[in-house]
Design a protein around this ligand. Structure first.
Ligand code: NAD
Length: 287
């Protein structure tokens, strides 16, 4: 809603940081929501949207300062309670510690958003083993740890819950520049659909969110596209002109995440090109 945009804009010194979604006001009142990668982009916007909807928010990021900032701002936009936790989601022991601490001090998580992720660009033949491990560690193992640790707590409590995993349109849209990233996201998509089937009988929903190109830090770093910074700027301009992709805001992805929880949606392509690619992937005749 408008006042939040204005408010956070002024707090952030002129940068629009949030345009949360008034539609779900109070819908998540009393619920505990944990968002990973909450220090920036889609994760931060998601924390704000849940905060506006009355949730208690745990903002998790490996960047301590960014997580703290998200928690602070989430409180200001309406969350009755917020906490910041500094964790690398790919570190299993750290995630175990987090899960224990959250359960003991804040309660069982009602909505878990496994959103932390890193980008990696470049051709398959040029991608080193080290880079493959890095991207799979964060994008896939981070989601596995989150689903297993917090999913167990939800099952044990027996009062349902919801898990949202941020996949990507790259999960089903092949690209010569994103083989490692796309592979990590395809795995997240299948993990989400499998876990959804497994937990359906227990009142726990699982959703995979698949955005296309969204305007965040991940897409503005040259490393993601595997090209130098100038080339990346030109590429983004070209892409924007061609597809009108520029400025697809993370707040709209946050909207889609809240809607996916409310409607218990399975796979949610978000941007127009992500929707088109999903339709193509499902309907294209098999060779
Ligand atoms: P972003 O870089 O703005 O935010 C990612 C956040 O995750 C950062 O705050 C970062 O510190 C944190 N993070 C990274 N690795 C972490 C780790 N190991 N442990 C804890 N925190 C970690 O990027 P974003 O675009 O908001 O990305 C969020 C998610 O959305 C990612 O999973 C990304 O792959 C996915 N996604 C993004 C786009 C896009 O175009 N921006 C498209 C599809 C999917």
């Amino acid at each position: 809603s408008a006042w939040i945009t204005e408010f956070v804009t002024s707090v952030e010194g002129g940068r629009t940081a949030v345009r949360a979604n008034g539609k779900y006001a109070e819908r998540f009142a009393g619920q505990l929501v944990l968002v990973t990668g909450a220090g920036s982009g889609i994760g931060r916007a998601t924390a704000f949207a849940f905060a506006e909807a009355g949730a208690r928010v745990v903002a998790v990021d490996r960047d301590a300062e960014a997580a703290a900032r998200t928690a602070e701002l989430s409180r200001l936009v309406g969350a009755p309670e917020t906490w910041a936790e500094t964790v690398d989601v790919s570190d299993e022991q750290a995630m175990e510690k987090l899960a224990d601490k959250v359960a003991a001090e804040y309660g069982v998580v009602d909505v878990l958003v496994n959103n932390a992720g890193i980008g990696l660009g470049g051709s398959f033949l040029d991608t080193t083993t080290e880079d493959w491990k890095k991207v799979l560690d964060v994008n896939l193992w981070g989601v596995i740890h989150g689903c297993r640790l917090f999913g167990k707590q939800m099952v044990e409590r027996g009062q349902g819950g919801h898990i949202v995993n941020t996949a990507s349109a790259a999960a089903y849209q092949p690209s010569k520049a994103l083989s490692a990233y796309g592979t990590s996201k395809a795995a997240v998509l299948m993990l989400s659909e499998s876990l959804r089937a497994e937990l359906a009988g227990r009142g726990i929903g699982v959703s995979a969110i698949c955005p296309g190109f969204v305007n965040t830090n991940i897409t503005s770093t040259a490393r993601f596209a595997g090209v130098d910074a100038d080339e990346e700027k030109r590429r983004q301009k070209r892409t924007a002109r061609l597809y009108g992709l520029r400025n697809y805001p993370p707040e709209k992805v946050a909207d889609a995440i809240l809607r996916a929880v409310v409607r218990n949606q399975a796979v949610v392509p978000v941007t127009p090109e992500a929707r088109a690619a999903r339709a193509m992937a499902r309907w294209a005749p098999k060779a």
